[in-house]
Ligand binder design. Structure first.
Ligand code: SF4
Ligand code: SF4
Length: 606
């Protein structure tokens, strides 16, 4: 994949694959980020280009800082993240706007309208405005690749980090992408001492603030003539201003209309917008999420219709746009396919299941975090009571302790995954120790970043390309920050885990319980031979204890009184549990719960 194509090739790529190709063609040298849907596959594809040094960072702030450092060393650098990750990276982002760059620096941020896999809807265009940075917004994978390369040129020419906004639909849809030449870099990597530009103490920052304003003015001028912003002539009765996927929805819903397509969504081309508005009878601004363009266009004194009719919540589609404007819409060409319902659930054999079963028994308030284990919220486990953002569980539990004093003693725990703990949970733990808290923090160490697709993290023992690397020792780390009581358990051992949790939760000081067992989807676990458990149906009393785990491999078979009698069971038995041996991976949690020897680990001859 690293060879330079001799002639353009038509490729069928997702937006994330296209962005990786764009990084390759732009001669990016360093790429860093934190996994987060819908952005994850960008780095997973960048890593295939061996000339680009690629790494997973423990969080988005670090990822961006790595990219900033690489840019300061005179090479092109890429940072990738999802929208909520940009909040984490916001601190360096705002100051990098002042320092500017040496090598081109692009931050790709992927928004998730409709929250397919996110805790909030967030419009990253607001960061472009707030941090005073240019933002490009491609509409499809082909543009994603081309815009990334343009972004590097803008970055170096205007001495600025550049934001590139993707979204779920661009990141994951496949489209035709034409490969291009790999650019040769005009930059000379090396250390250059530029303290007035790179050291943001107040005196320097005040000077750079002026430079930022000059840059803004130059970018506004660029926006007026850039090919990124183009008018597509049509019927002037109705005109649309749109960017990104919204542009495609407008084109599909109103193919005859006049459209101003914006590729540079910040800063805006004010005169171009005025000229466009003057040539159409009625002007609509179509954009998903916030009225970002609309607010600015209205502030220019230009009459337009936007969120009065266009939904501000969720992802748009062509039919949503058409219905919003005409009050009626034919069926979409591609109506969503009705899929069989598949309730979210942890995998069979997930090590988190035993922990949540125990937390439910202990009747504690569970301050939760972001990861697969957030599914502990769902019945039958129903053992998560709050969840805000990455790393927040530890601080929230401490806050509850401090708010309630003795009343909270023994009643509040925080749960947090290994990757999330290293992302932003560790600081919360330091705070709890420092400020003499008394919550119990449970680190769910499944050796991997599970929810985004098994990306390694500093506790996994490998880098992004599975080279061995040092592994964080959680007990040592926790002791090093001052936790006196650290215990490690195997969460599949339900009773043993219960006893440890009970003791630690009762402790009137900070303690840490590490539930350590690999995710069933890690490469090693997948290779490990599995011995499924099986049901001894004649012994099952239908007590439903095993069902409380919510393991998808255990099915409930209902019985009528007649059927129960025919099976030799009591007439009042409502059913029995049956293990699907093709799904069972033999974790043993249900075996431990069954008091009637109705679950067996003896191999059955089939
Ligand atoms: S042993 Fe029980 S709990 Fe574990 S995967 Fe099999 S059926 Fe599910
Ligand atoms: S398998 Fe055991 S725990 Fe599950 S319902 Fe039957 S008797 Fe109860």
């Amino acid at each position: 994949m690293t060879s330079q194509p001799s002639a353009p090739e038509k490729l069928w790529l997702s937006g994330n694959e296209a962005l990786a190709l764009g990084a390759h063609e732009a001669s990016v040298k360093v790429a860093s980020g934190y996994p987060g849907t819908p952005s994850t596959e960008i780095l997973e594809n960048v890593v295939n280009y061996s000339e680009i040094y690629t790494e997973w960072a423990p969080n988005e702030k670090v990822g961006l800082e790595v990219a900033i450092g690489a840019s300061f060393a005179g090479v092109r650098a890429l940072a990738t993240m999802k929208h909520v990750g940009l909040n984490v990276a916001a601190d360096p982002l705002f100051t990098a706007s002042y320092t500017g760059v040496r090598g081109g620096l692009v931050i790709v941020v992927a928004d998730d309208p409709s929250m397919y896999s996110s805790q909030n809807e967030q419009d990253s265009r607001n960061y472009a405005y707030a941090a005073k940075l240019p933002m490009l917004e491609p509409a499809d994978p082909g543009e994603a690749k081309d815009f990334l390369k343009i972004a590097y040129h803008l970055s170096e020419e205007y001495d600025t980090p550049v934001l590139l906004r993707s979204c779920t639909r661009v990141s994951h849809v496949k489209g035709i992408v034409t490969s291009g030449q790999v650019e040769s870099s005009a930059l000379t990597p090396g250390i250059e001492l530029l303290p007035a530009k790179l050291v943001m103490l107040p005196a320097n920052a005040r000077n750079r603030r002026v430079e930022v304003e000059k840059r803004q003015q130059r970018l506004r001028e660029l926006a007026e003539t850039s090919e990124l912003n183009r008018i597509e002539p049509g019927d002037n009765k109705i005109g649309f201003i749109a960017a990104g996927t919204s542009y495609l929805y407008v084109k599909e819903a109103f193919p005859e209309a006049t459209v101003l397509k914006l590729g540079l969504v910040y800063p805006l081309p004010e005169q171009l917008i005025r000229d466009f508005a003057a040539r159409v009878e009625k002007l609509y601004v179509v954009e998903d999420l916030d009225p970002f363009l609309e607010t600015r266009i209205k502030a220019m004194g230009i009459a337009c219709i936007g969120k009065e009719v266009i939904p501000a919540i969720g992802e748009l589609t062509p039919s949503v746009v058409r219905r919003a404007i005409t009050g009626q819409a034919p069926a979409d060409l591609f109506e969503p396919v009705e899929l069989p319902p598949r309730p979210p659930n942890m995998c069979p054999g997930c090590p988190h299941r035993g922990l949540f079963y125990n937390l439910n028994r202990l009747k504690v308030f569970v301050s939760g975090d972001i990861g697969c284990y957030t599914l502990g919220f769902l019945p039958p486990l129903s053992a998560m009571d709050a969840c805000v953002c990455m790393g927040a569980s530890v601080g929230m539990a401490h806050g509850m302790d401090k708010a309630l004093g003795e009343e909270a003693q023994g009643k509040v725990v925080a749960v947090i995954g290994d990757s999330t703990f290293l992302h932003t949970g560790l600081n919360g733990l330091i705070n709890s120790v420092y400020n003499k808290g008394c919550s119990t923090i449970i680190i769910l160490d499944n050796r991997i970043t599970g929810m985004t697709g098994q990306q390694p993290n500093p506790a996994s023992g490998t880098t992004i390309n599975y080279d061995p690397s040092p592994t964080i020792d959680f007990p040592e780390l926790c002791r090093a920050v001052g936790v006196k009581h650290v215990r490690t358990v195997n969460p599949h051992e339900i009773e043993a885990t219960y006893q440890v949790l009970k003791e630690e939760i009762a402790r009137p000081e900070v303690s840490v319980v590490i539930t350590r067992f690999p995710c069933v989807l890690t490469v090693d676990e997948k290779k490990r031979p599995k011995k499924p458990f099986h049901s001894v149906t004649e012994n099952c009393t239908g007590c439903t204890m095993c069902l409380r785990l919510g393991c998808p491999a255990i099915n409930w078979q209902p019985l009528t009184p007649e059927e129960a009698k025919a099976m030799g069971k009591k007439e009042k038995q409502k059913g029995y549990a049956l293990i699907n041996e093709d799904m069972c991976i033999g974790c043993g949690q249900c075996y431990e719960l069954c008091k009637f020897e109705a679950i067996s680990k003896e191999e059955v001859s089939r």
